[in-house]
Write a protein that binds this ligand. Structure first.
Ligand code: DQA
Length: 136
């Protein structure tokens, strides 16, 4: 089974950016955690600050399932929502922080109606829970 893990804008700086909100682990640590927890999965990781690059990746990916943290694009990108609709395979949206405890603009996700489920506020453990569900 192949699972693609897609990160949107500013998440390349995970671990350095607002550690009090997002924690001190970076994308490499997240990849290592997922690989060691689920060694039987083929993991593909992609991060971009550019909406079109994320959509290009999703269009060309042949992964069986998707974990997506679109960053702020979750709140504003109809294009990314359309790409998720076209994905037509299991997908979970993850947010590291509890978006509902934060600014109002973060309370709405345009991606939420296009995914099987959403996990937010559990730090990077949310990705492990998402993977567990996708594998099951
Ligand atoms: C985030 C929450 C978004 O509101 C924010 O723009 C991010 C990170 C999260 O993982 O908590 O970039 O998606």
């Amino acid at each position: 089974m192949e699972i693609a893990v897609v990160h949107g804008p500013n998440l390349g700086r995970l671990g350095k950016r607002l550690p009090e909100v997002y924690g001190t682990k970076g994308l490499d640590d997240l990849a290592a955690d997922l690989r060691s927890a689920f060694p039987g999965v083929k993991w593909t990781f992609f991060q971009s600050n550019h909406e079109g690059a994320l959509i290009d990746f999703m269009e060309s990916s042949e992964a069986d399932a998707l974990i997506i943290n679109g960053g702020a694009l979750a709140h504003q990108s109809y294009a990314l929502a359309d790409a998720l609709e076209a994905w037509e395979r299991p997908a979970i949206e993850v947010h590291i922080s509890n978006v509902f405890k934060r600014e109002v603009f973060r309370h709405k996700s345009l991606l939420a109606p296009k995914v099987n489920g959403q996990i937010y506020g559990l730090g990077i453990k949310g990705y492990l829970l998402a993977a567990q569900w996708l594998i099951s």
